[in-house]
Design a protein around this ligand. Structure first.
Ligand code: NAD
Length: 483
């Protein structure tokens, strides 16, 4: 078999120790890999490069398309960018895949039957990190959810379910509140689900969903979520499994992929040779499946499970009542190598040999363009007069109405305060003022410009605007709370 080239970063802190141990296991198992080592992280940051990434890394990953990455240290302080976020977004690694399985009774956990795969969207949502300070009191972060981004991720989740014999996918959102953004993710989930009738599906609101994951994670098979919720839920499941040292993750793109442990560079134990290499080793198993070396992947994971079962444990999972020997990073790798070819007797062995690779690239079917009509505009004002009485603002602002566009509503932090607000409502210095046509005869860009000139001439401080559109006749904006 020709060797598959992969890009490897030894990482920072415990990174070089655990990467060395993992590569030894991969070699001993007969993995057909050719390594291109790259330096990213602390050393690159220290050379004054705030991205932490060198051009050589980009050249290498574009050539190999597979990245095996040990943890990196992100220096504290301003100006340093997270390498993970940069790599994920630049290479469009859209799906973060985290399988979590427990190893009871050998590693302590309250949830022995947990066996769940989290698939988290990796590029969008609040992690677009488009943030602005708008007034003395108000800051905003834009939450972007896209149809192609959601559809690609959700299709990948269903394909993963088929390839890995998973029976059920639960989607979690907060679409009772965020009806447009989270509503889109949920809607796309329902649409794609129809094409996979053999996979059972379910949707939970994220708050009760997270509570149930924390309480009974064994009730879940696969969970697919937007970025922020996925970040939180995947850490909850990792923590419930027993040790962060065990967690593995794959970042999957259409053409490229990155495999890593979920933990960081653990500077508190670095250089002591005691770190647990399991998370990175199991990420290596995912990588071998990805490059079509499933038999070797299976051999390594079964030897790993046998090692755990034989009570050979690193310090983070060592427990005198469950463990037999406390070993170093290198000794753990030696123990796995000794067991290559063996299967666990108590823990369930894995079987990947007949597995098929998960499709990562899809023709996106549901992106039909809609007829988009301009309806009106939300004008955001900084206004801090007197007692911040919404009626006073509404009456003054109505003077700026034009023939085409009239003030129909003012909200403060999303709650309608004019007309007919409640006297108890606390108001900040940030007001969203909605202007709409009296009759739905259509609004032009010129109508918007005329209105903004009028609002400006009336002495108001415009901090931002947001056009209101309808798509195929359906309003593409939310109503004010209480409207
Ligand atoms: P961490 O995961 O490095 O460590 C948290 C705790 O878990 C520490 O007590 C550590 O000793 C322990 N631990 C972690 N991995 C272990 C292992 N394999 N074996 C045994 N014990 C282990 O998290 P942190 O301390 O918050 O972050 C340290 C650095 O890592 C920071 O610079 C952070 O930015 C970075 N980080 C990188 C990644 C990544 O590269 N993917 C992820 C998280 C954090």
């Amino acid at each position: 078999m020709p060797k598959t080239p992969i890009t490897v970063a030894r990482g920072d802190g415990i990174g070089p120790e655990i990467m060395e141990a993992c590569l030894r296991v991969l070699e001993a198992a007969g993995a057909e890999l050719e390594y291109e080592f790259v330096t990213i992280g602390e050393q690159v940051y220290e050379s004054g490069n705030t991205s932490g990434i060198t051009p050589e890394f980009w050249e290498s990953i574009r050539r190999t398309k597979v990245f095996y990455k040990a943890p990196l240290t992100t220096p504290q302080g301003k100006g340093y960018k997270s390498i993970n976020v940069t790599i994920r977004k630049t290479l469009s690694l859209y799906a973060n895949v985290r399988p979590v399985r427990t190893s009871e009774p050998f590693i302590e956990t309250l949830h022995p039957a947990m066996d769940v795969v989290i698939i988290r969207e990796n590029e969008e949502d609040l992690y677009a990190a488009i943030e602005h300070r708008q007034t003395d009191e108000v800051y905003q972060c834009l939450k972007l959810i896209t149809r192609p981004g959601s559809e690609r991720l959700i299709r990948y989740a269903f394909e993963y379910a088929l390839a890995n014999n998973r029976k059920k996918i639960t989607c979690m959102t907060k679409d009772n509140i965020m009806k447009l953004t989270d509503g889109l993710f949920h809607k796309v989930f329902d649409e794609v689900a129809e094409e996979y009738p053999s996979v059972e599906t379910d949707h939970l609101i994220i708050d009760i969903g997270t509570a149930r994951v924390a309480d009974t994670p064994e009730a879940f098979d696969m969970i697919v979520l937007p970025n922020l919720y996925g970040d939180i839920v995947s850490d909850v499941t990792a923590q419930l499994s027993g040790s962060v040292g065990l967690g593995r993750s794959a970042n999957i793109g259409e053409k490229m992929a990155m495999f890593e442990a979920i933990h960081g560079s653990a500077p508190d134990i670095s250089g002591r040779g005691i770190a647990n290499p399991s998370g990175l080793l199991n990420a290596g198993v995912m990588m071998l499946i990805h490059v079509g070396q499933s038999e070797i992947a299976e051999k390594i994971e079964n030897a790993y499970l046998k090692t755990i079962e034989d009570g050979i444990h690193t310090v983070d999972i060592y427990d005198p009542s469950r463990s037999k020997v406390r070993v170093s990073t290198d000794e753990f790798a030696d123990a796995v190598i000794e067991r290559l070819g063996q299967k666990p007797q108590v823990l369930a062995p894995v079987s990947y040999a007949n597995g098929r690779n998960v499709q990562t690239s899809f023709p996106l079917k549901n992106a039909n363009p809609a007829t988009r009509d301009l309806h009106g505009i939300d004008v955001f004002l900084f206004w801090d007069e007197g007692d911040r009485d919404p009626d006073e603002l509404g009456e003054a602002l109505s003077q700026a109405n034009t023939d085409k566009l009239q003030l129909t509503m003012i909200t403060n932090r999303g709650l309608k305060v004019y007309p007919q607000g409640a006297p108890e409502t606390f108001c900040t210095d940030h007001w969203r003022c909605r202007f709409e046509p009296e009759t739905d005869g259509g609004t032009s860009q010129q109508d918007i410009i005329t209105l903004l000139q009028s609002v400006h001439d009336a002495g108001f401080d415009i901090i931002k605007t947001e056009n209101l559109y309808s798509f195929d006749g359906q309003f593409g904006f939310s109503l004010g709370q209480g409207q």
